[in-house]
Design a protein around this ligand. Structure first.
Ligand code: BYC
Length: 472
């Protein structure tokens, strides 16, 4: 098991000290990163002391290190999961060859593109969430936000390391550009659409960490199968951090549902807005929005890009090595949704070009699990309401269903029906104003905003009324 060397300016478990050239490149990039954090990271937060966890080794228990730190002093560094001896390329045309320790020259462009797309999302999410600290529902939640933010910062470091270590000058240029594009910037936006949408309120933050970080889980898992071993090892370690972000989302939405249930029972109505709660119908609208923009993150249903990445051995399927087939997919097929004569039908497509769709299906099923849990809570309270994931064709902007008008149940409808109903399905300006009106900061230890239930327990054995963030 490798331990992280904290004696270095950039903590790492990749023997950075032995590679002067790489060390210089990263040390040049570090001030630009810190400037970016100051300009685009969490607003006015540089003096806060926060109960944060920092990785000290790359095993699961390496996460047990917690201390009060200021975010600009967080030990961002480069940590790869331990090397698996004799690892092979496990799929595609190169299956069975030794996993690559250097970039395979003929696939350099594709590999760099994948790393840049992944890397671009990390600083994007920090930018999207930068104002949330001003309206936290509790100190516990403020800590969670900042923990997520510093780890996304570290994920950026992880991708920048790969670019600097393996791609030379153009890698360094890509790393610089990663700090120059900004979420929502009309001139230099982030690469993927969902990373340009501002995250203004905490309901959106919890939806983001539930739905969007879960895209991270599935994309990173697919990249963790890569035949390019440094990418695989980097992503494997990032997944441990991603799991915590999804926990924040899962418990966050769960606590808002819980509070909605409590208020609905207390006042004997689902219309709990007058009592300062987020009603279940509003939660449903936020879910429809976030789930649908995240489905777009998986790319088109039929994608030759995805097929090529697979064939080249660069990006696998979710849990590739656990799938019982030939891992080449030359003659396999997969059922993919399509639009025909005003109806959604399933058609049999080559499995190779359906890789995105397969991953999207796995993602949808994973999303459903949390919704089932929240519904159980609602049903046990005797409340007649069920949260549902909208159909995957609803409200899409990438792929077959882009520009199609499909309702949340999956019926293809006319433009008039769409226009007449869309306000019932996704948040309106009024809905957003209402949710924003609830976002009044609560910063007294142990106190919670009225629209969210308290967490079941605190962090790392601390009580929920621990002072997780000190503002001086
Ligand atoms: N927005 O062939 P297609 C995370 C473009 S999240 C805008 O289907 P492909 C995190 C596409 O670029 C995980 N454009 O695309 C979470 C292509 O352009 P060209 C991030 C889009 O390549 C929370 C064209 O449309 N990681 O870690 O098969 C917080 C054709 O599309 C979009 C990754 O995404 C879009 N949504 O699939 C922090 C993994 N979708 O070639 C972090 C790396 C597609 O026509 N990325 N386009 O110019 C990939 O594997 C792939 O790039 C994608 C797209 C799956 C995203």
């Amino acid at each position: 098991m490798s331990t992280i060397d904290y004696s270095q300016k950039i903590p790492n478990n990749v023997n950075l000290g032995d590679d002067r050239r790489l060390q210089r490149a990263l040390e040049n990039w570090q001030p630009a990163f810190l400037n970016w954090w100051g300009d685009m990271g969490p607003i006015d937060s540089s003096e806060y002391e926060i109960f944060l966890r920092t990785a000290i080794d790359v095993s699961a228990k390496g996460w047990a290190h917690f201390e009060m730190v200021k975010m600009p002093e967080y030990r961002w560094g480069i940590f790869l999961a331990d090397k698996e001896e004799d690892r092979k390329v496990n799929f595609g045309a190169h299956m069975g060859e030794a996993a690559w320790q250097e970039v395979p020259g003929e696939y350099r462009g594709e590999l760099r593109r994948l790393i840049v797309t992944q890397g671009d999302t990390e600083p994007a999410s920090v930018e999207q969430q930068r104002a949330l600290g001003k309206t936290c529902p509790s100190l516990y939640d403020l800590r969670s936000l900042f923990q997520v933010n510093v780890e996304e910062g570290r994920h950026l470091w992880a991708m920048v390391y790969l670019l600097h270590a393996y791609f030379g000058r153009d890698g360094r240029e890509e790393a610089e550009e990663m700090l120059q594009r900004h979420a929502g910037d009309p001139d230099k936006p982030r690469i993927l659409e969902a990373f340009n949408v501002p995250t203004i309120d905490w309901l959106s933050f919890f939806m983001f960490t539930y739905f969007q970080d879960r895209d991270g889980k599935f994309q990173l898992s697919s990249l963790a199968e890569s035949g390019f071993d440094p990418l695989a090892r980097t992503c494997r370690f990032m997944l441990t951090e991603e799991a915590h972000h999804m926990f924040v989302g899962d418990t966050g939405v769960g606590r808002i549902v819980q509070r909605a249930v409590e208020l609905s029972k207390e006042h004997d109505t689902l219309d709990i807005r007058p009592f300062g709660g987020v009603d279940l119908a509003t939660i449903q609208k936020w879910m429809n929005f976030h789930f649908s923009i995240c489905l777009d993150l998986f790319g088109q249903e039929k994608s030759t890009n995805a097929g090529n990445f697979y064939n080249m051995g660069l990006k696998g399927r979710y849990l590739e090595t656990k799938i019982d087939d030939d891992h080449k997919l030359d003659n396999d097929t997969f059922m993919v949704p399509d639009l025909k004569d005003g109806k959604i039908i399933m058609s049999e497509m080559p499995a190779l070009t359906s890789i995105n769709e397969r991953l999207r299906n796995a993602y949808r099923d994973d999303c459903q699990r949390g919704i089932d849990r929240w519904n159980k809570n609602i049903a046990e309270a005797g409340i007649d309401f069920k949260l549902t994931l909208p159909h995957t064709a609803f409200h899409r902007n990438i792929g077959t269903f882009r520009d199609a008008t499909v309702d949340p149940q999956g019926n293809v409808i006319s433009q008039q029906e769409w226009d007449a109903n869309i306000d019932n399905w996704v948040p309106t300006d009024d809905d957003r104003s209402f949710v924003e009106s609830l976002m009044i900061p609560v910063t007294e230890p142990g106190k919670m905003a009225g629209w969210i239930a308290a967490p079941a327990r605190g962090v790392q054995g601390k009580d929920t009324d621990f002072e997780y963030v000190k503002f001086h």
